[in-house]
Design a protein around this ligand. Structure first.
Ligand code: ZN
Ligand code: ZN
Length: 137
């Protein structure tokens, strides 16, 4: 059963690459197909997958719950303050800046999380459409 939960989580994350669900989101998603599933099993499986480096977990500044994703390569996130969606920005992370910080502080940086906040293109498009519609009436 335990292995089944882990595999189901990995599959769900692989099938929805732009999804950054919390443990609760994953639980709700899997429950449709696995009605007997317990939240604690999902939580434990996520802990193990994170430890095994198969999934990456991160917390956005303003959120209490961790989100999970399948990608292990560090990348920038963008969170829309209007619809709440979290997007991946697949442009890599500027490693020159990381090295500069290490050089100046003598710290060793092992991980980095950068999140930009703003209005996503979908919400922006919607807003523009609304404005055009309102002015045409
Ligand atoms: Zn949005
Ligand atoms: Zn991501």
């Amino acid at each position: 059963m335990k292995r089944g939960v882990k595999e189901a989580i990995l599959k769900a994350l692989k099938d929805n690459k732009d999804w950054h669900p919390t443990a609760r989101d994953i639980y709700k998603h899997l429950q449709e197909r696995m009605p007997k599933l317990a939240f604690s099993s999902v939580y434990r499986a996520l802990e193990n997958l994170t430890r095994e480096n198969k999934v990456r977990s991160f917390k956005l500044d303003c959120e209490g719950e961790r989100r999970f994703e399948i990608k292990s390569k560090p990348h920038v996130h963008f969170k829309c303050t209007k619809c709440g969606r979290v997007y991946d920005i697949d442009m890599g992370i500027n490693l020159a800046f990381k090295e500069l910080v290490e050089m100046h502080t003598d710290h060793i940086i092992t991980d980095v999380h950068i999140t930009y906040y703003g209005i996503c293109k979908e919400c922006f498009r919607k807003k523009v459409k609304e404005l055009v519609r309102d002015y045409n009436v």
